[in-house]
Design a protein around this ligand. Structure first.
Ligand code: ATR
Length: 523
């Protein structure tokens, strides 16, 4: 099992790290000595709402046992003294953390006080008793003595971490794992330091309770930590589960990744291959873009790494499901909660959302969004992208949905008003954006709203691009509204994908021409 320590120095960064860590780890460790105590409640709530299964460890590392990374000075503790530390750990118990970590060196009184509180609270929170040697690895006899001192408290887990000065130190520390297991004691035992990486990889294989890894290399909380991505690959390799190529990180590094795919189900009607292939040709890029009807999105992503594919578009029904398989997700996509674009960066898959940028570019070409109100019809992924973009541009979204529960949920999350679709008449807004599929080919005689309602809006946009002019847009035009077609959004979201994959500005005018020509022809 893998634990990601959250060590950020600001609340905002820590919240972001918690969200991302919950997607790829089994445990997160909130290092409150680095983050600062006043954010504990928010961090725990965020972790719980991101994942029910990820376990939370709350730690307030003693200064003397806090490791430094590389040549950097030992980090300043954000927690002033032992009283503050105890109060924090007690708060973690009150809030139902899965584990608290307390150093053996904090002594009998502190450990017993926390044990009593955990028992009083029904045993929901369990205790890790830890020992860290930030200078060296003591001999095995000494480590066993320390282990016995920790074990005396009957903790859920004993943690003994030393610093490897030599590769042999790894063997000393790893010896503790079978020793503890024979005594039915769960243990985390590994070495820090550049020479300690071996123990980090082997500890879980020997039965160590967990190993630590970071989201990014720069985010190490202790020297020698691998990234989650590397750690998972190494473990798969050692478990014999890795099929060729041995590691995409190794095999793709020297080759520029090629080719692009659309992952969805169904994909037969998609116009993305037509548009992207024309654009790639114009950009002088020989590779091509093809549509893949996917059964298993996790398997498809392994295929991206293995098949040297530079980028993917993701469409229905995988925009949310794909997120758990990615190595990183950009901030906007994370906030929206959906990914429609993947960049394969030397075997590292990074998720983006260009739906919201596509939509915003379409509107911003003609109007200013700041201080304008938009009724957003729908409460799915596209509605989230639209509302997110409006807020980012300084506008105000109003969520309008058929199912009140879903609409209210989204409006509460975005802190904006909600109206049931049946009460649209009561809304006063500048613009209206339809994000539902009502009116899409072949149901071209349908519209999500009554024509009379449209007279109250200056701007009306439909994200549907087939037909080019939906019933909603035709009626809006008749009412004198300024209308925006989903085809423009489709072109911009695709162009933004190409920009992310190639770093080159794509030929938007050509892409638009091709899409409008095809859609006009089919009409
Ligand atoms: P996407 O991720 O593409 O936005 P989605 O998650 O399936 O797609 O969301 C579709 C939205 O369109 C939903 O909000 C849905 O309303 P409900 O929450 O009531 O299901 C809305 N929608 C779909 N068909 C609709 C219809 N016939 N009338 C009104 N709203 C509809």
């Amino acid at each position: 099992m893998i634990c990601i320590p959250v060590t950020s120095r600001t609340n905002k960064e820590a919240l972001h790290a918690v969200k991302r860590s919950c997607r790829s780890a089994d445990f997160i460790e909130l290092r409150m000595d680095l983050i600062g105590g006043k954010h504990l409640a928010k961090l725990m709530d965020t972790a719980r709402s991101e994942s029910r299964s990820v376990k939370i460890i709350v730690t307030c590392r003693k200064k003397e046992e806090a490791a430094r990374s590389g040549k950097a000075a030992r980090p300043q503790s954000a927690v002033k003294n032992k009283d503050e530390k105890m109060a924090l750990l007690k708060e973690a118990v009150e809030r139902g953390a899965d584990f608290i970590d307390i150093e053996l060196a904090e002594g009998n009184e502190a450990i017993n006080e926390l044990k009593t509180l955990c028992a009083k609270k029904g045993g929901r929170t369990r205790i890790i008793i830890s020992y860290h040697d930030v200078r060296e690895t003591p001999p095995l006899t000494k480590l066993k003595e320390i282990f016995h001192q920790c074990e005396r408290y009957r903790p859920a887990v004993v943690k003994i971490v030393t610093t490897a000065k030599t590769f042999e130190d790894n063997l000393t520390v790893l010896n503790l794992i079978p020793y503890a297991r024979k005594r039915s004691q769960k243990i985390i035992s590994l070495c820090m330091g550049d020479k300690g990486g071996v123990s980090r990889v082997f500890a879980p294989l020997l039965g160590g309770y967990l190993s630590f890894a970071t989201l990014e290399r720069e985010a190490q909380s202790a020297p020698g930590q691998f990234t989650v991505h590397t750690m998972k690959q190494l473990q798969k390799l050692l478990d014999g589960k890795f099929t060729e190529p041995l590691s995409p990180v190794v095999s793709l590094r020297r080759l520029p990744p090629k080719n692009f795919v659309l992952l969805g189900n169904p994909v037969g009607q998609s116009l993305s291959p037509l548009m992207h292939n024309a654009a790639l040709k114009k950009m002088g890029i020989e590779e091509n873009y093809s549509a893949c009807c996917v059964q298993n999105i996790g398997g498809a992503l392994e295929g991206l790494r293995g098949m040297n594919i530079r980028g993917a578009s993701v469409t229905i029904p995988f925009k949310v499901a794909v997120m758990e398989y990615l190595d990183d997700i950009d901030d906007d996509a994370l906030a929206i909660g959906a990914v429609n674009t993947i960049v394969n960066d030397n075997g590292r898959l990074i998720g983006y959302n260009t739906d919201w940028t596509g939509l915003m570019l379409t509107l911003k070409k003609a109007i200013t969004i700041k201080n304008k109100t938009f009724a957003v019809i729908g409460a799915g992924g596209t509605a989230r992208a639209a509302a997110y973009g409006i807020i980012r541009e300084g506008g105000l979204p109003v969520i309008v949905n058929r199912t009140a529960e879903k609409g209210k949920f989204l409006s509460e999350k975005l802190e904006c008003p909600f109206y049931p679709l049946s009460r649209m008449d009561n809304i006063k807004a500048d613009g209206l954006i339809n994000t539902t599929s009502v009116g899409m080919y072949p149901h071209m005689d349908q519209s999500p709203v009554k024509e009379e309602v449209l007279a109250g809006y200056k701007y009306v946009m439909d994200v549907i691009y087939n037909p080019l002019k939906t019933k909603l847009l035709r009626e809006a035009e008749a009412q004198g509204c300024c209308i925006f077609s989903g085809a423009d959004m489709f072109v911009h979201q695709g162009a933004e994908q190409l920009r992310l994959w190639t770093g080159i500005e794509p030929p938007r005018a050509l892409m638009k021409k091709i899409i409008f020509k095809r859609l006009t022809k089919s009409e």
